[in-house]
Design a protein around this ligand. Structure first.
Ligand code: NDP
Ligand code: MG
Length: 386
């Protein structure tokens, strides 16, 4: 029986992870569940899944839960996430938090050791890639990606770990505004941006998919996970969402992982790895599909990617890792403003690009450095939209 700690169990990935657990009750059990503010959803999860520990955001909620459930360990606040990740007994930590809030809990799990990290929280690697991968390798803690593209690549690399990679091809749906020019993007609304053509996800990543900065983040994520230079990572628009990504080896062989767009597949794989478990996923009818197609990202679709590639170039040319944090944290702040109806859609990338242009890259030595840059980037965004 594997014990899983699910950080962010009330979110989109968290709920799908619990559905995977429900499909395999004899193989996997929830040991830790956490939420930020959706405490009522967490309460129903406590009743159904009987975890050993939970984490909530507010102290008040924690005190109430302690009164309600005498045997339950209840932690609270950002430190609570780290405490639970460091102390409770589990085999796999699924980090399904959103944003840079996921960074320290990932490190706490690595420090604890003897666990596997199933990583959905890509912000962990965008902001702290070098430190996190270094710590994981030193502690011999495997990081199994949950992001569908990276899970696809990870699956293609099984049995190929010693074979050099020639190229990684990340696929992208293109989001709801595929093919839009600047004038059309200026007119889009919040509700337009919240409709993703392929995936149902949390609000932050849905907006990131509409600006395509999500794919930029995934380039950075792939760089760290698979230890490749950005010059070997390409992005292909694939609106059908069936080919989840591809790897090319030195002999020209291209391996891909295909399947329905169902996040329970990469979540289940991260739990079961190196095995596979049965889940009630849909089989893809390739005959009915007739063809699969791919496009080059051009025009507005290149804007986010260009920013991400620029950031990675700075890292690879040893100018510093800090711009990746700026990209992440400016985006977190801008998406929040957009979701609150305070800025137009096009302001997200416009402001991000301005903030990035003003930032002078520097070396990151510690998590504290990352948190300082995070605050600077957020302040720069707020200064612009005061
Ligand atoms: P959601 O917004 O749906 O869920 C986020 C979860 O984290 C919720 O449980 C939320 O609690 C909790 N949470 C949010 N902020 C904090 C915080 N500051 N401190 C503590 N807990 C917090 O996000 P998703 O599930 O969509 O995404 C999670 C991660 O997975 C992201 O990094 C995303 O990029 C990545 N990902 C998601 C995919 C998807 O299909 N959804 C696909 C690929 C990657 P509460 O419910 O109380 O707000
Ligand atoms: Mg993805």
């Amino acid at each position: 029986m594997k014990k899983v700690a699910i950080l962010g169990s009330t979110g989109s990935i968290g709920l799908q992870a619990l559905s995977v657990i429900s499909s395999n009750p004899r193989r996997v059990k929830a040991a830790v569940l956490t939420c930020k503010s959706r405490v009522d959803v967490l309460r129903s999860q406590i009743k159904r899944f009987r975890p050993e520990a939970v984490v909530v955001e507010r102290r008040q909620d924690a005190l109430e839960l302690r009164r309600e459930y005498r045997d339950l360990k209840v932690y609270y606040g950002p430190e609570g996430l780290e405490e639970a990740a460091g102390a409770v007994d589990y085999d796999v930590l699924l980090n399904a938090l959103v944003g840079i809030a996921g960074l320290r809990p990932t490190l706490a799990a690595i420090k604890r050791g003897g666990v596997t990290i199933a990583l959905a929280n890509k912000e962990t690697l965008v902001t702290g890639g070098r430190i996190v991968m270094g710590a994981a390798s030193e502690a011999d803690v495997p990081i199994v990606p949950v992001d569908s593209e990276h899970s696809a690549i990870f699956q293609c690399l099984v049995g190929n770990l010693d074979n050099p990679i020639r190229r990684i091809l990340l696929t992208a749906s293109g989001g709801p505004f595929r093919g839009y020019d600047r004038a059309r993007l200026e007119a889009v609304t919040l509700s337009d941006a919240l409709i993703h053509p392929v995936w149902r996800m949390g609000r932050k990543i849905t907006i990131d998919s509409a600006t395509l900065i999500n794919k930029g983040f995934e380039v950075i994520e792939a760089k760290w996970l698979f230890d490749v230079d950005a010059s070997s990572i390409e992005v292909a628009i694939h609106p059908q969402g069936i080919v989840h990504s591809l790897v090319e080896f030195e002999d020209g062989a291209l391996l891909a992982q295909l399947g329905d767009s169902d996040m329970r597949v990469p979540i289940s794989y991260a739990f079961s790895w190196p095995d596979r478990w049965a889940i009630d996923s849909r089989s893809v009818d390739i005959i009915a599909m007739r063809s699969l197609y791919f496009e080059e990202p051009v025009g507005e679709a290149r804007r986010s990617l260009d920013m991400a590639y620029r950031v990675v170039r700075e890292i690879e040319e040893s100018e510093g890792d800090s711009s990746a944090v700026v990209l992440n944290s400016a985006d977190e702040e801008l998406v929040e403003l957009f979701l609150a109806g305070k800025i137009p859609f096009v302001a997200i990338l416009d402001t991000m690009s301005e903030v990035l242009d003003k930032h002078i890259p520097r070396k990151i030595e510690s998590i504290e450095d990352i948190m300082d840059i995070d605050l600077e980037a957020r302040a720069a965004v707020r200064e612009r939209w005061r």
